[in-house]
Design a protein around this ligand. Structure first.
Ligand code: MN
Length: 369
């Protein structure tokens, strides 16, 4: 299992409609795809998806490529790909921060290992505890009528969970959006809100109280990521459960959040947590602290989505479903057979490795030249 080659490809794939969040309006997702090949010719793939530059965090597709090409690939070549944990540790020692870059490499190692021995990644993680994961669709449309039309169309397709991206507009406008969406989808559809750090403490309190009548499952990341105290205080002051996303990247973050209390759900994302092992560590902390988990996304293709999905299948505390809708929002994909959805859920992948096969010709269509 000796690594012979590590290659990074930058690509851009448009979204089928602009995606408006508190911090940016997204028109295309930027990707760094990593291909790791062994001397025996087994290949594994990883992906880092970035929301139109360093907008969600400090990393961009370009920084991911530079980090891997200059600071990971040169020493990774010649190493044994089966030693995922030792390689993770060495990567963390040689590269501070940059979790998206490290995650993309680690993802490729998992894919390689699963493909080499012919088992799905979820089996390497201890086996799946569920066969499908309820899917949330994110409503992030600037025009309120178009947004309602989208919600209607998705309900007709079987979607039963929506996450409404808030804090790009004043509180009164968001409350009116949520009111109209609740009215349109009826009482049996789950609604959640994500502020993406867009409110300060008083605005968050005012906003969450204004949204309370519309029976939200949870409100995600109401305040800036550094304000753990504020998030705990807000969580204790409102009846809606609060979920940490940008605040919860490392197992250390998860520990700090669990110790402060208040917050009841952690959002898991492979890239913000430097890979599958870091994400599973956070899930274990959640389990020990009595917190629930949700699997978020950065709008990945079927490749990255598959990697996130294996964690969603194998991590016991993921009781709040996922938002692995990337392949449904992107204008294109990079695999032969995309991930599958049915009845408002994403279905397990049981093929070897990540369970998807990258089509290099398709990838070339989106790659930068
Ligand atoms: Mn989020």
């Amino acid at each position: 299992m000796k690594i012979a080659d590590v290659r990074v490809t930058l690509a851009d794939i448009p979204v089928t409609r602009p995606h408006t969040m508190s911090f940016t309006t997204l028109h295309a997702v930027n990707f760094a795809f990593v291909r790791v090949e062994t001397t025996d010719g087994v290949t594994g793939w990883g992906e880092a998806a970035c929301l139109g530059g360093p907008t969600w965090s400090e990393e961009s597709a370009e920084s991911v490529a530079a980090t891997i090409e200059r600071y990971v690939a040169p020493w990774l070549v010649g190493r044994d790909a089966s030693e995922v944990e030792p390689l993770r540790l060495e990567m963390a020692r040689r590269v501070q921060g940059n979790p998206f870059a490290r995650a993309a490499v680690e993802m490729a190692l998992w894919d390689l290992n699963g493909k080499a021995i012919g088992v799905p990644v979820h089996r390497l993680l201890g086996g799946k505890v569920r066969d499908r994961v309820p899917l949330s669709w994110s409503l992030a449309v600037a025009d309120p009528d178009a947004e309602l039309a989208e919600a209607h169309a998705k309900v007709a397709l079987g979607h039963r969970i929506f996450k409404i991206k808030t804090a790009a507009h004043p509180v009164a406008q968001d409350a009116e959006r949520v009111r109209r969406i609740r009215e349109a989808v009826g009482p049996d559809v789950a609604l959640r809100a994500d502020a993406n750090q867009g409110w300060d403490r008083p605005t968050a309190l005012r906003a969450i109280r204004a949204l309370e009548p519309y029976r939200l499952d949870f409100v995600e990341q109401p305040v800036p990521k550094w304000d753990l105290g504020g998030m705990a205080e807000i969580a204790r002051s409102v009846s809606v459960p609060i979920m940490a996303d940008e605040s919860c990247c490392s197992p250390h973050d998860a520990m700090a959040i669990a110790r402060l209390g208040g917050v009841s759900i952690l959002a898991l994302k492979l890239t913000k947590s430097a890979g599958i092992l870091g994400t599973m560590a956070i899930a274990r902390i959640a389990e020990a602290a009595g917190l629930g988990c949700y699997v978020g996304c950065m709008i990945e293709t079927s490749l990255g989505t598959a990697a996130y999905l294996h964690v969603a299948l194998a991590a016991t505390p993921v009781t709040w479903g996922c938002e692995l809708f990337g392949p449904l929002l992107l204008a294109g994909d990079v695999v032969r057979r995309p991930v599958q959805y049915a009845d408002g859920a994403i279905l397990a992948l049981d093929g070897p490795g990540l369970g998807v096969e990258v089509d290099e010709r398709r990838l070339k269509e989106w790659a930068r030249h």
